[in-house]
Ligand binder design. Structure first.
Ligand SMILES: *Cc1c(COP(=O)(O)O)cnc(C)c1O
Length: 420
């Protein structure tokens, strides 16, 4: 399926529509067919033998050779098409591996790269599922896991220099829900000075692939919950790992084949159709969010608006300017009046939905303290900046003026009831 058409140096918005899919392999159809088969027919027994030698890694692909498909837990045409078409969206990446959720991408990558006795360094706050994965799976398996609070560059420097058996550094930036950022390049430079060099992984779900490009900053592996901006319509679960080192790809593919968590053909096909509009959607969502965040900043019902263009810490401003093209579409509001005010705000929204998740074309608002981050200890909540009054907003594609009016009328309710 990996037949190349067009100019190999094409820009991402062209490449996403022209590479990786050969209509001749889908009876001339302009969009890919869905190949639901679980197994594939070999032309000869020798071809079957060769296909197994290749998938097991006993032999390597010859130049120009197109490996035969075997069985859909290892690979299938819709995964191949999706993987080929997603690569140009992630600047600097040379391969992609797709999974049936973001958690599957994170779990499989970490299980492929870590052994008992190895150390994983990770920034906090971290997505709740990833935090649980560390505590409930990796630590009981004998992997040493060390947390570093994001937003304090020198602490991460110290941890990278002084952690024995450091094999993986996992960075989530910006961090959920207050958008605190970690300097990817600085971590990669320090990691590059170690022998053996730890693998630097960036969970790029919040700003990628449109606005933040970790591989160009030195990261080895970029992970996504494609459930969010890549999928964009809040109607599928998916995950992606992208990188450059063929050895890392081989390890991750091997584990995906064992775990059986490849993205299914129908979901691959749906996600594939969303790729050409990711950048359009993210740009509009970011513009909407910036206008709304900056318009709300002066409201007396709000103690603080968390949004990248409103950062006040000099180190955070420097990181934002050096590693993010645009501020993105996630906003957090710390409301005066605590949990009561936050719940009244949610109750009075007329356009925005009260739901977790993010990145969809519809605006979603949640109360992290009682939902996404309810499993965190008080100390973890304090570090993450989660107060009773904090609400997190994922801005969608609606007209920003309507959304602003919706937030303003909900704030008016708080002013009239909770804060009087
Ligand atoms: C949602 C999310 C995940 C998990 O992805 P799923 O697709 O829900 O499995 C991981 N990291 C971040 C930053 C997320 O927002």
């Amino acid at each position: 399926m990996a037949k190349q058409r067009g100019n190999p140096g094409a820009h991402p918005s062209t490449a996403v529509l022209t590479r990786g899919f050969d209509p001749r392999l889908s009876v001339g159809s302009a969009r890919p067919a869905v190949f639901r088969s679980s197994t594939y027919v070999f032309p000869t027994p020798e071809a079957a033998e060769r296909a197994f030698d290749l998938v097991s890694g006993r032999q390597t692909v010859e130049p120009g050779e197109v490996p035969d498909l075997i069985y859909s837990r290892f690979n299938h045409p819709n995964a191949e098409i999706l993987e080929d078409q997603i690569i140009p969206l992630e600047e600097g990446s040379e391969w992609a591996v797709v999974f049936n959720s973001g958690m599957a991408a994170i779990m499989t990558s970490l299980m492929a790269l870590l052994r008992p006795g190895d150390c994983l360094l990770y920034t906090v706050p971290l997505y709740g599922g990833t935090q649980n994965l560390i505590h409930d799976l990796l630590e009981p398996f004998g992997i040493q896991c060390r947390a570093v609070v994001a937003g304090h560059g020198p602490d991460l420097d110290e941890a990278i220099r002084n952690t024995p058996n450091l094999r993986v550094i996992l960075i989530e930036t910006p961090a959920n829900p207050t958008m605190v950022m970690t300097d990817i390049k600085r971590a990669c430079i320090l990691a590059g000075g170690l022998d053996p060099k730890p693998v630097v992984i960036v969970d790029n779900t919040f700003l990628g692939p449109a606005f933040q490009h970790p591989i160009t900053l030195g990261a080895d592996l970029v992970l996504y919950s494609a459930t969010k901006y890549l999928g964009g319509f809040s109607d599928l679960l998916a995950g992606v790992a992208l990188g450059t080192d063929p050895e890392i790809q081989k390890k991750i593919r091997g584990k995906r084949g064992l775990f059986g968590n490849i993205l299914q053909p129908d979901e691959c096909w749906i996600l594939d159709g969303r790729l050409p509009t990711v950048s359009l959607r993210m740009n509009r969502q970011s513009k909407n969010a910036q206008r709304i965040a900056e318009s709300l900043a002066h409201r007396k019902e709000i103690r603080k608006v968390y949004y990248p263009t409103l950062f006040d810490d000099t180190e955070q401003i420097k990181i934002r300017l050096s590693q993010c093209d645009y501020p993105g579409a996630m906003i957090a509001l710390d409301l005066n009046g605590g949990k009561t005010a936050a719940f009244e705000f949610l109750r009075h929204l007329e356009l925005a939905h009260n739901a977790v998740s993010l990145g969809g074309m519809e605006t979603l608002v949640c109360h992290p303290g009682s939902t996404t981050h309810s499993g965190c200890s008080e100390e973890e909540q304090r570090i993450a900046g989660i107060t009773g009054g904090l609400v997190r907003i994922s801005i969608g594609l609606e007209d920003w003026r309507d959304l602003l009016r919706d937030f303003e009328q909900a704030l008016d309710h708080i002013a009239a009831t909770v804060l009087t």
